[in-house]
Design a protein around this ligand. Sequence first.
Ligand code: NAD
Length: 311
Amino acid sequence: MKKKVLITGAAGFLGSHLCDHFMKKDYHVIGMDNLLTGKMENVAQLMPLENFEFYHHDVSKYVHIPGELDYILHFASPASPIDYLKMPIQTLKVGALGTHNLLGLAKAKNARILVASTSEVYGDPLEHPQSEEYWGNVNPVGPRGVYDEAKRFMEAITMAYHNFHGLETRIVRIFNTYGPRMRMNDGRALPTFFRQALAGENLSVFGDGQQTRSFCYVDDLVDGIYRLLLSDYHLPVNIGNPVEITVKQLAEEIIQLTDSNSKIVYLPLPQDDPKVRKPDITKARQILDWKPNFSRAQGLAKTYNSIILQS
Ligand code: NAD
């Protein structure tokens, strides 16, 4: 019998790559999504396959799946600042009620659940790089609080189900990830820079562009998540690429890669924008024997090729 996995947020960027991965590994995959920010195109390649099922459903409402389940991966949530600022209540609901529903389902099915947390639980960090032991610096009532606190609650309730009900749980703290199927208009720096460079528009860098980010190519992230799911480690694990660059440097690299005549313009820094971001991946290395394999040059080139093919 094939192992059965439920993936929420399946029609989104990361969820669809996870669906592809589990299908390749010969699982029976059930994708679930309410298409709030995702699109069916992302899973169109899987729809004709016998071992793929898709449910159009809002996971903030009761979730029912017939039969047995081995694993649940909870990735449903608006994820970019533009999305969660536009949909603050849905963001809080899917992090809180959605996670609660899926933990309940995992308990009923005796399944192992992995939840998608984020480096945003570290807020505007006062420690650098960020290790899993750092508790973060989050403003609960600032604009980003709706996302950051939803994810912090997600981690807390997941730990409660582990400690109180003995549920098998995994928590991944994902750092900025990029690759094919990112939405070009989701407001995140990397796809925005690609869109602007290709349209010949100026690239909008916030602040002086000296804030740093660390970008992980999607295939590396998926590999890390798969290893974590199959590990026996229940505390949070950072998955991200520790190679750090300034946002200005990223803009310059994308202008060069796309051979664009665009210039950089500087806009005011949004409130509570993190000044630095870099994962400490010691745990992932030691526990999962994982490290990123794609350099930024390779990952950006693959992403660029996929954008060209789409257009
Ligand atoms: P995405 O917007 O592409 O995908 C999210 C998916 O969730 C979409 O398909 C959306 O329709 C679906 N969704 C939202 N609310 C839902 C609900 N109530 N019920 C069912 N489906 C719902 O975003 P993404 O970048 O793929 O992010 C996926 C997950 O990974 C999110 O939980 C996000 O917080 C987390 N994450 C992503 C990154 C990153 O760099 N991409 C970083 C940290 C964490």
